[in-house]
Design a protein around this ligand. Structure first.
Ligand SMILES: NC(=O)c1ccc[n+]([C@@H]2O[C@H](COP(=O)([O-])OP(=O)(O)OC[C@H]3O[C@@H](n4cnc5c(N)ncnc54)[C@H](OP(=O)(O)O)[C@@H]3O)[C@@H](O)[C@H]2O)c1
Length: 298
């Protein structure tokens, strides 16, 4: 059976955070959630872009509850400030959609000393999730969705040089960050279950979707995304399925069904052996706690 957004229950009375919601997959994820009646927080680094996205969403779903909040995932200071503000304003969180990301930019180091893709795609979301966990744990039926990619196959976790200080390979760095997101989703679920907590941690990938993500590609390669891939709205469906599907279990990974998972309807998919290495996942967890200073206490 093909899952569509029509299969999802009403989300009235529930609240979601979508990171990087001003454009692309995050925008389409937030739009669909708002269409289901969910109160949505657009967690974005650029306030003007977030407000423009909010206005565009309200034009589609008049009366929807959509709030913009500043969040730069490449800054631990910004993440802590976001979490504090959110906790002051709200006493529950049903869905945390860890969507924001960048792909293959020129080398740079974040203000916290992290390679930019590891910072924005992975470590930022690791820190954010840890800080939001008390609220998620207190909310019945809550889920955390982490965005990975087919590119998790390109990477390994370079425990000896995670920040690429000894030579930058932008493809390997993107692969590392997306592998880390997937290992994190699985490891978090194992730890939640071991602690007897009901919050689900799941993962999703969009296949190939025509978005702004390819902005750092050579021009001739940017035609690849719209040619092979699907629309941003279709690319958001695996995320939505992971977040809202009634048959989803903790530790599931969702992606498109067709063309080697590059496009098509959302289904549960598998991932490579490296992503399922529990010893490496524990090591990554310890490293992430140390680097971010966020202690999950389990
Ligand atoms: N498109 C694909 O084919 C594809 C394939 C596999 C996985 N993915 C994953 O899907 C997710 C969404 O990507 P997309 O395709 O929708 O890309 P996109 O159109 O480029 O959107 C990325 C979003 O992330 C935001 N962002 C980037 N760095 C941020 C930071 N430091 N703090 C807060 N927000 C930040 C961007 O904000 P600005 O607008 O301010 O830059 C934007 O809102 C990413 O995790 C990506 O790895 C995409």
């Amino acid at each position: 059976m093909t899952w569509t957004i029509n299969d999802a229950a009403s989300q009235v009375g529930r609240r979601a955070i979508v990171t990087g919601a001003n454009i692309g997959l995050g925008y389409d994820t937030a739009l669909a959630l708002a269409g289901k009646g969910c109160s949505v927080v657009l967690a974005c680094r650029n306030p003007a872009k977030a407000q423009a996205a909010r206005a565009s969403m309200l034009a589609r779903h008049a009366g929807a509850e959509i709030e913009c909040m500043a969040l730069d995932l490449s800054s631990l200071k910004s993440i802590r400030s976001f979490a504090d503000t959110f906790a002051r304003r709200h006493d529950a969180l049903d869905l945390l959609i860890n969507n924001a990301g960048i792909m293959m930019p020129p080398y740079s180091i974040s203000e916290d000393g992290f390679e930019s893709q590891l910072a924005a795609n992975y470590l930022g979301h690791f820190a954010l999730t840890g800080l939001m966990l008390p609220l998620l744990a207190a909310t019945r039926g809550s889920r955390i969705v982490s965005l990975s990619s087919l590119a998790h196959n390109w990477g390994e976790i370079r425990f000896d040089d995670p920040q690429f200080k000894n030579g930058y390979n932008k493809l390997a760095a993107y692969g590392q960050s997306k592998l880390a997101c997937l290992m994190f989703a699985y490891e978090l679920n194992r730890r939640l279950q071991a602690a007897g907590m009901k919050t689900l941690s799941v993962a999703a990938h969009p296949g190939v979707a025509a978005t702004n993500l390819a902005q750092h590609f050579p021009k001739f390669l940017t035609i690849f995304f719209p040619l092979v891939g699907q629309s941003s709205a279709d690319g958001a469906l695996p995320t939505l399925y992971a977040a809202l599907g009634s048959d989803i279990k903790g530790g599931d990974y969702c992606g498109p069904r067709s063309m080697g998972q590059m496009r098509g309807a959302p289904i549960k998919v598998g991932s490579n052996r490296r992503s399922r290495d529990e010893g490496a996942a524990r090591k990554l967890w310890e490293m992430s706690q140390r680097l971010t200073g966020v202690d999950y206490a389990f």
